[in-house]
Ligand binder design. Sequence first.
Ligand code: ASP
Ligand code: MG
Length: 409
Amino acid sequence: MARIVMKFGGTSVADLDRIRNVAARVKREVAFGNQVAVVVSAMSGVTNQLVKYCTDLSPLHDAREYDAVVATGEQVTAGLTAIALQDIGVDARSWQGWQLPVRTDTAHGKARIQAIEGGELIRRMDAGQVAVVTGFQGVADDNRVTTLGRGGSDTSAVALAAALKADRCDIYTDVDGVYTTDPRIVPRARKLAKIAYEEMLELASVGAKVLQTRSVELAMNERVRVRVLSSFTEAAPDEETGTLVVDEDEIVEKQNVAGVAYSRDEAKITVRRVPDRPGIAATIFGGLATQNVNVDMIVQNISADGTTDMTFTVGKADLPRARTALGELKSQIGYAELLEDPDVAKISVVGTGMRSHAGVASTMFQALADKAINIQVISTSEIKVSVLIAAEYTELAVRALHTAYGLDA
Ligand code: ASP
Ligand code: MG
């Protein structure tokens, strides 16, 4: 007997038939003698619609009310999934974030989970009941509903798995695992049987939208075994199904590059002609941090005449707030102008093998050069090289790199 958390994403609960399918999968695990907690997302498209209601009403809306609105999608699917389970004879009840509770900080719209009270769920699971928990939401100390950021129900599932000391966290989605790159762009992409937490973390953070970044971070810290698998295949899952996200030590054959990822979610900002003196970067990025704007890639040039250009990327959704923050700082910093380019893509190659192999970056630059793709910004970490390019070359670049690193099936 195992205790497992089964998480179903938006496409897996997209309509009543899909929810019946989810219930059948849960029943199968229960029939194997497993204890099951289910975490559900909103029906696909619902959260987008709820977000749009908020932004249409007011682009700079109250983040606490945004959370009150967007958290409702998961409430619906949790209730419906419990009904579907009861309907096929499985004892089940739904739980909303505040009912457990799932405690978070007060960063509305991208709150972090601080603790989950799992005692009551464990008692009920011991008594044979399936818990269906709303993903994506929690409650802050001031009793207000929070949400965890887009794609946050993965994080809910991993956090719940940690709190319940589950043997595994199965993330059911519309793909059958983690691929070397997006198969819609590269038909010869390959499914990985295993991927290291760190690789998955880098891939998630650079736009392989299989798992939310924070969920992988949490899984790595709490040592939760995560499996990504499809809710659209009929056969019961076995050892071979899906992709296991595990410790690096469990992976025998390490590739230089495990995968190629892309993201069109960022925008490039250049602050032109800022004075080249101590404290300027602190002022710029401090101002952005105060507005809760996440900054990713940063480059600063050397100065010839006492001023320099500062280029960086922020999430596209954060662009209005970044603009406001930098506008307010204009006189304090004394820069010449602000340039924005939302038509950029970040392409990244990731692999733990990079730690011990030279030449990974130069292979990337050569492959892009061969396709005459211009590189705007470069950044690296121990196991990742990323470049910023014009968005229109995204597919071309991803295909070229997948071939260049010998990843084609
Ligand atoms: N429903 C939320 C979203 O669309 C959370 C999730 O699906 O993970 O972002
Ligand atoms: Mg998701």
